[in-house]
Design a protein around this ligand. Sequence first.
Ligand SMILES: [Zn+2]
Length: 430
Amino acid sequence: SITGAAAWNRLFDETIASLRFIVDGTELTLELTLNKLQDSDGEIRRKAAEALSTVFRKELRIFALITNTLAKDKEISDRWRKFEDVADSRHLANRVEREVVDALVAAVREAYPRLSHRYYRLKAKWFGREELDFWDRNAPLPQVEQRTIPWTEARETVLSAYGAFSPEMAAIAKRFFDERWIDAPPRPGKAPGAFAHPTVPSAHPYVLLNYQGKPRDVMTLAHELGHGVHQVLAAPNGALMAPTPLTLAETASVFGEMLTFRKLLDSTTNQKQRKAMLAAKVEDMINTVVRQIAFYTFERKVHEARREGELTPEALCEIWMSVQAESLGPAIRLSSGYEPYWCYIPHFIHSPFYVYAYAFGDCLVNSLYGVYQNAAEGFQERYFALLSAGGSKPYAELLAPFGLDAKDPGFWQIGLKMIEGMIIELEGME
Ligand SMILES: [Zn+2]
């Protein structure tokens, strides 16, 4: 491995780390340059995009060689192990059947026009334009004054959102506050981001946050407490069976976030603030669902084409552009310069086909939430049984009590319809 696939992975990492981009005369790393695509100044976003294009183009030969070599390496391994489809080894690792992922991908691709195409048309309108340039896709939405939410209020918001769904779930979440299992404030030297760590089933989970009082931070608290509740409920399965496969790992967290989002939204009377909250949520979901499925489609095309022979850098760029045009739609202008943007995405190199798990998790929860909204009766017991199983049952068995079948594209439509509903609500706020 160290002279094969691992070496190519390392070459990728070292190449990415060595890249420098010049934006407005300042030399930046990749991470900082990508961050500039979310700058509130459109000129800075354009300059950052140009710098990315220039450097990626210059390095295209090496990224194409890495991609080709690793795809061929995987093809040999897959053939020897008798995997039929290019993504079968990933499906096995995720403990999910190919038909289920196929149904998800088909449902999402079919929904592109109603989700991303429609949302970006709306976003372009907000910016007073017919089309957005590709560097404006993640441009921040017009800023809205948001008050700072004190910790005690965040706690009440999340616990009451959880409690309205199930008092039992709120009681478990409350233990995290009462027994001081949460480290909330940012401090110098503290790790950034947020997570819930299950430690060992005989102990209890810990939650780490960097709480700063933004609505986003309240959602993060709800998210991590969802993981925490899941970890507490699954603990009796023991250390080997408590952890869930990737496809189920985000169930309780995204569900808890959704309960809290709805609660925050319902208590917001200011129309501007409501619109900002909804738009941020929709954009998040499009980046998780649509974008990751487009990534997956790109990988499938690359790995399938590689079976027929080596791909030129131009061929890789062409696949990228066709997949992006399909998923982003006519309101995003994919002008020259966007072609090599596939080359920096680390998942393609480090863990082929991993990306669909993000969309899977989000869509699964949205569909579950849709079922809950349509018929709350008896939902809570079934949901608790699902969480309590940890990683001990296949998800098909877990979904059966809800009358759901993930091999059916109709199942995935329930969740996608929910995103569409939010976009319709946004359109109505014009
Ligand atoms: Zn999470």
